[in-house]
Design a protein around this ligand. Structure first.
Ligand code: LMR
Length: 395
């Protein structure tokens, strides 16, 4: 039996992570996998997370199972983080999941269970694991244009023209904020136009929000999902805590499904519980409980928000510094978009061959499509990167 297995293509983000680990060069720079690093190159455990973990160790009296949907207090706290005080809880079903990827997987499973014929529309480009999971589940998939060809900005006309072809009951995967891999995001006005179009076509938004707080701020980054939740009869949201709480390895996420009415919500909740049971039974609890403790304790929450804000503004500073260094070295505004983008990533817009040369000749690792993780930089490595980019461009 096992001899029948055909090898799957390696995930390019994880393959690059491994290559970086194996590179013996001391001055190598990792701009690959989307993990936040501080100026010392460390991915710290956030202060509030450490405090909450200590409190948890001291106060936890059992490790018996929670419920199939996870701890309800976690779902409630996360619903309010994503949707604000006006979270439509009477229509919102939710299950805790192993990370944001687990939430995406369960959302897709839910979609397939509800309607095998529905198509999911993905932005071109998108996070490579989106199409990979969709294909694995055998869900029909189409792409919509997202990034303009000439400059790394949103091709909004192309996006709207493609999404006008979506049919009632299709799903449209939207990045809630901080688009991965491009860093180019919808404006508030454009979110409104997307909502108008979804209302017209009857397609259902599936929002993946993995970087809330990394773009323009916690509230600002939730603008799109909140707008849609106020207008759409149905919606799916996959929320990740990996990045904004820095709990990557704890696998902490929440899948939310907005039902058209409270009665349907009950049925959706039962289906989500069933899907959790089929796939892994109970979701992991540690990270979820830590996140809930932080969100529900005013002091811990204030400390977490302050640290998250430092992370966000730090990345913005690096974006501005890199854009300025490149402006000066190239004597052009070609890379000014780096300062306009938001989130962890930007795509530089250079060829795969030049990306390979950055890696081989300069020890700088970015994904082959020229996606770089801004948080992999610090003020000392920005000029080194700028110099290397100019070097590979000029030769
Ligand atoms: C990324 O895009 O680098 C992150 O979301 C990590 C991952 O799992 O790919």
């Amino acid at each position: 039996m096992l001899t029948n297995l055909t090898p799957q293509p390696a995930d390019k983000i994880l393959a690059l992570m491994q290559m970086f680990r194996e590179d013996p060069r001391e001055n190598k720079i990792d701009l690959g996998v989307g993990v936040y690093k501080n100026a010392e190159g460390v991915t710290p455990v956030m202060r509030a997370v450490k405090t909450a973990e200590r409190q948890l160790v001291d106060s936890q009296t059992t490790k018996a199972y929670t419920s199939l949907a996870g701890d309800p207090a976690f779902a409630k706290a996360m619903q309010s983080l994503v949707f604000g005080d006006t979270a439509p809880t009477d229509r919102l079903a939710a299950v805790a999941t192993p990370g944001g990827t687990g939430a995406i997987r369960q959302g897709l499973e839910l979609m397939r269970y509800a309607d095998k014929a529905a198509t999911i529309w993905l932005s071109a480009p998108t996070w490579p694991n989106h199409p990979s999971i969709v294909r694995y589940l055998g869900i029909p998939m189409r792409e919509y244009r997202y990034l303009a060809a000439e400059r790394p900005v949103v091709d909004f006309d192309g996006m709207m023209a493609d999404l006008a072809q979506a049919r009632t009951g299709d799903l449209v995967l939207l990045h809630g904020c901080c688009h991965n891999p491009t860093g180019a995001n919808l404006t508030q006005q454009q979110w409104g136009q997307v909502a108008d179009l979804l209302e017209k076509t009857g397609a259902v938004p599936f929002v993946d929000i993995a970087y809330q707080g990394f773009g323009d701020g916690l509230e600002e980054d939730a603008y799109g999902p909140r707008l849609l939740a106020g207008r759409m009869p149905e919606m799916i949201v996959a929320a990740s805590c990996s990045k904004n709480f820095g709990v990557y390895r704890e696998r902490t996420g929440l899948l939310m499904a907005l039902a058209p009415d409270a009665k349907t919500k009950g049925e959706v909740q039962a289906t989500l519980n069933f899907l959790n049971r089929q796939n892994y039974s109970f979701p992991p609890d540690h990270g979820a409980r830590v996140v809930q403790m932080i969100l529900d304790d005013p002091a811990l929450r204030a400390d977490w928000q302050a640290e998250l804000e430092d992370v966000r503004t730090g990345m913005l500073g690096l974006r501005e510094q890199l854009a300025a260094e490149l402006r000066q070295r190239t004597n052009s505004d070609r890379f000014d978009f780096i300062a306009e983008h938001r989130g962890m990533f930007s795509r530089l817009g250079i060829s795969a061959e030049k990306v390979a040369r950055l890696r081989e000749e300069h020890g700088i690792y970015m994904i082959g499509d020229s996606r770089m993780n801004i948080a992999g930089l610090n003020s000392a490595t920005v000029p080194i990167l700028a110099e290397a980019i100019v070097a590979v461009m000029n030769e």
